[in-house]
Design a protein around this ligand. Structure first.
Ligand SMILES: [Zn+2]
Ligand SMILES: [Zn+2]
Length: 344
């Protein structure tokens, strides 16, 4: 069943399937791009042209569960197709929904569950893209010897033999399309084309630093992807007024910290090593997420990057006092953000 959330709604407007489908049809949000192989995305009505369509490609944290891909969120807006993070299984999910030619990737940070699909996306897309693969993401930091530029340069080196054979000797595939181009970003607007603006903001995932969340704005609509983070004041600041806030959640071992409890001490002190052994310390519990959602007050709060997976954080989020619109993300869930918000 689809839930249709009107502007300013509180998420209780659960329609019947029939009325939801009618409303979706009126908004041209069904059958959505998830069912129709489209690349690049095309818009067939003014309603769709002004919507942001978000597809959760992978909602798990680090794992080798072949049924649950790691992090990847596809954002389609107007003529733009953007991928935020590319964990294991994400390129395969793009094939599954018929979206090819992705050439713009935004990495929240450089943990493997957000990056290890990148070489597959890059290599498999050689002749599916219009041009090179561009990757935006964090630069180097105190405990971050490689930034996004370093990562992409290392990939180019690692696959140099394959590139040489296929580009120069046998297949003669076009050289431009196998270029992978990295951009080390700072907080602020990192991409602004065709009416689609991507703003990076710092989040709190130390000792992984810098790490970013992203806000995408298009035609008066917006979505935020938290990346991996503890509860972050900066995320709340950049999420004010957002339509959909997609936030990570870590359900194991963090419940006792609660929303109001003090956060772990900052890195650089004697607790760093201990925190490194306790992943809960650099993620957000359901209780803490409730506090974030209450402060940011999005039209829809949505969990992705759910660990462990499967795990339903709803009860703990509600018990901690968040009573606004809430969804728990599932792989290939599609969220259409327009005058209303459709989830299916
Ligand atoms: Zn992660
Ligand atoms: Zn991480």
């Amino acid at each position: 069943m689809s839930r249709i959330l009107p502007a300013g709604g509180v998420g209780t407007h659960v329609q019947s399937m029939k009325s939801a489908m009618l409303l979706c049809a009126a908004l041209a949000c069904s059958p959505l791009w998830a069912q129709a192989p489209v690349s690049p995305p095309t818009s067939t009505s003014s309603a769709t042209a002004k919507s942001i369509v978000v597809t959760l490609l992978g909602t798990a944290g680090p794992s080798m569960n072949i049924e649950r891909p790691e992090s990847g969120t596809l954002i389609q807006a107007g003529t733009e197709t953007l991928l935020i993070d590319c964990g294991r299984g994400v390129p395969e999910q793009l094939v599954k929904i018929g979206v090819r030619g992705v050439s713009k990737v935004f990495l929240t940070h450089l943990h493997s569950d957000h990056t290890e699909g990148l070489p597959i996306l890059w290599m498999s897309g050689w002749n599916g893209r219009d041009g090179r693969l561009s990757v935006w993401g964090p630069g180097t930091g105190q405990d971050q010897p490689t930034g996004t530029v370093g990562l992409t340069q290392a990939l180019a080196t690692a696959f140099a033999t394959n590139t040489h054979i296929r580009r120069d000797m046998v297949e003669k595939w076009p050289g431009e399309k196998i270029i992978i181009e990295g951009h080390d970003i700072d907080e602020g607007v990192v991409y602004d084309h065709n009416g689609v603006k991507v703003t990076a903001f710092r989040v709190a995932h130390e000792p992984v630093a810098p790490a970013y969340g992203y806000r995408v704005d298009y035609a008066g609509h917006s979505v935020v992807v938290s990346g991996d983070t503890r509860p972050s004041d900066n995320l709340v600041k950049f999420s004010k007024g957002v339509d959909v806030l997609i936030h990570e959640v870590f359900g194991a071992g963090a419940a006792g910290r609660g929303g109001a409890a003090p956060l772990p001490p900052p890195p650089g002190d004697g607790a760093t090593a201990q925190r490194g052994g306790a992943p809960a310390a650099y993620h957000t519990s359901p209780e803490e997420a409730a506090g974030v959602f209450k402060r940011a007050a999005p039209r829809l709060a949505l969990y992705s990057h759910i660990a462990p997976n499967p795990f339903d954080p709803t009860e703990r989020t509600r018990a901690a006092g968040y009573d606004g619109p809430l969804q728990v993300g599932k792989d290939l869930m599609v969220i259409t953000i327009g005058e209303s918000i459709g989830v299916k």
